[in-house]
Design a protein around this ligand. Structure first.
Ligand code: ADP
Ligand code: ZN
Length: 517
């Protein structure tokens, strides 16, 4: 049987995509492989077809129980003999399936890493012919990554126990550090690396400054009435509040987070998969392994953890190749919060440096005036020669303004008030709005008091956000998250640097809306 025959007659597709054919040939021929392919790129076929081409049973390691069920159901429908063995099954069923495994009745068996790596299971595998070992979501082995799973580290034993069985590791996380870690920790030194382009041209990227998040979200969702999508929030509480709010606004919105009962989560996931136009409001607990081709949008109400996380989360949109949107709100508080979390983290210095670098990249993406797709792909080591024409900065080039004077006002206000206050306080001082606290500290008598009345509070907030994102201001961790100056300020304060900032279109509107209230 040829790969083409299986593709068409078992899986029902016309032709291979991207590197699929090459990967299948390589693995079917006994080679190890690392496959880097974006979410929705078609990684599963890369091990499913070799599994059918080679004699014996293929073992697939997968971190998510819910995901195994779906994959096995799909394969069974195609007439492929597949099963999963995991802790969701009663023990008699586990035993029965293990017996069938030993009799060689399966083409593919899905197992969780913690089960696979037990001596009992490895001994069983040693007794049967294995077609291949596939390690899905291989980035879970990376300690720098956002999905680290310690059980994955044990998978290195597969190389020692089964040196003659081809191994294929697959992931949608592409940065060079993660790639190196996978090759190293999974003992895949000889593996051929297949890296697909990470561009998802049908996804339109948009980022808006956070001003009135609910109103902004509603306006965005109005553009997607009748469509399915995901709204990501940072906390469980925000998930629940947002879901309720959207239900009241007439959307079929459902909450999803790790604090909900397992049955509720499963029920909501099923509705999202099988009903039309369900908006899943979720923490990042939702989404890994969700294969719903017609997700039309992914919205982030809070900053994701990194560009990798952002790329993975937004990658759940538009898997069918049709137009989809990735939309994100981003505000000063987000910057302050992630900076704070980072500084408080107990991680060692090396990890902190990496995390810091990742945060800078994320903020750079949010504030960029370049094509967002170019910025995003560059981060993954890919050069897009021309601006994409399908992101907000391409479609509506952001206006910039010469903000050198205002930036210096803001910075010297931080300095004159002792580098320990938050943004709201600083803005009140700049705009000359003395309250009791300001008077008590005598800050109604500093030279920067009232010099910034020409900008609205919202405009100043935008200035502070951009100064913080660009590293002119740092969040003071010892105190209560007040702002202080960094080294980077010197040339600006000495008048040796000209600074241009983004004009936030949202800012003027909300300022006006607030006045009306
Ligand atoms: P990944 O694991 O990379 O996120 P999947 O393997 O789940 O992606 O595939 C994503 C979708 O694309 C699935 O619906 C799959 O059936 C489909 N698909 C994969 N390969 C092909 C192909 N060669 N032709 C058409 N559809 C494909
Ligand atoms: Zn663009």
């Amino acid at each position: 049987m040829t790969p083409e025959y299986l593709l068409q007659h078992v899986f029902g597709y016309q032709r291979f995509r991207g590197h699929q054919r090459e990967i299948i040939d390589h693995v079917a021929g006994g080679g190890d492989a690392l496959v880097l392919m974006p979410t929705g790129g078609g990684k599963s076929l890369c091990y499913q077809i070799p599994a059918l081409l080679r004699a014996g049973t293929a073992v697939v390691v997968s971190p998510l129980i819910a995901l195994m069920q779906d994959q096995v159901d799909a394969l069974e429908q195609l007439g492929v003999k597949a099963a999963f063995i995991n802790s969701s099954l009663p023990w008699e069923e586990v035993r029965a399936r293990e017996q069938r495994l030993l009799r060689g009745e399966y083409d593919l068996v899905y197992v969780a890493p913690e089960r696979l790596c037990t001596d009992a299971f490895l001994d069983k595998l040693a007794r049967i012919p294995q077609a291949l070992l596939a390690i899905d979501e291989a980035h879970c082995v990376s300690q720098w990554g956002h999905d680290f799973r310690p059980e994955y580290l044990q998978l290195a034993v597969l190389a020692e126990r089964f040196p003659d069985v081809p191994r294929i590791a697959l992931t949608a996380t592409a940065d060079a550090a993660t790639r190196r870690e996978i090759l190293e920790r999974l003992q895949l030194k000889e593996a051929r690396v297949f890296a697909a382009s990470f561009d998802r041209p049908n996804i339109r990227y948009r980022v808006a400054p956070k001003a009135a998040p609910r109103r902004q979200l509603l306006a965005f969702l109005e553009e997607h009435r009748g469509e399915a999508g995901i709204v990501y929030c940072l906390s469980r509480k925000r998930v629940e509040d947002t879901a309720r709010f959207l239900q009241q606004a007439g959307f079929a919105a459902l909450p999803y987070h790790a604090g909900l009962a397992a049955e509720t989560r499963a029920a909501h996931q099923q509705r999202f998969l099988h009903e039309e136009a369900v908006v899943m409001v979720a923490t990042v607990a939702f989404g890994m392994g969700i294969d719903k081709p017609d997700v039309r949008f992914v919205a982030h109400l809070d900053l994701p953890k990194s560009l990798e996380a952002y790329y993975q989360e937004t990658g759940r949109a538009g898997r069918d190749g049709l137009a989809a949107e990735a939309w994100m709100l981003y505000g000063l508080q987000d910057v302050v919060m992630v900076r704070q979390l980072l500084a408080q983290s107990q991680a060692d210095e090396r990890i902190k440096r990496i995390e810091h670098h990742k945060l800078e990249a994320l903020l750079g993406y949010c504030e960029t005036t370049e094509c967002r797709r170019q910025v995003l792909l560059r981060y993954f080591g890919e050069i897009l020669a021309e601006p994409c024409g399908n992101c907000d900065t391409c479609l509506e080039p952001p206006a910039v303004w010469e903000a050198t004077r205002e930036a210096r006002m803001a910075l010297s206000c931080v300095y004159r008030t002792g580098q320990r206050f938050g943004v709201k306080y600083l803005i009140d001082v700049l705009r000359g709005q003395a309250d009791e606290r300001i008077r008590r500290f005598g800050h109604d008598r500093v030279s920067t008091f009232g010099i910034g009345g020409h900008l609205s509070a919202a405009q100043w907030k935008s200035v502070f956000r951009q100064l913080t994102a660009a590293g002119y201001l740092a969040v003071d961790m010892a105190g209560h998250g007040g702002l202080r100056l960094t080294e980077k300020c010197r040339p600006l304060l000495r008048g040796e640097e000209i600074l241009r900032l983004r004009h936030d279109p949202q800012v003027r509107k909300t300022a006006a809306a607030k006045d009306r209230r």
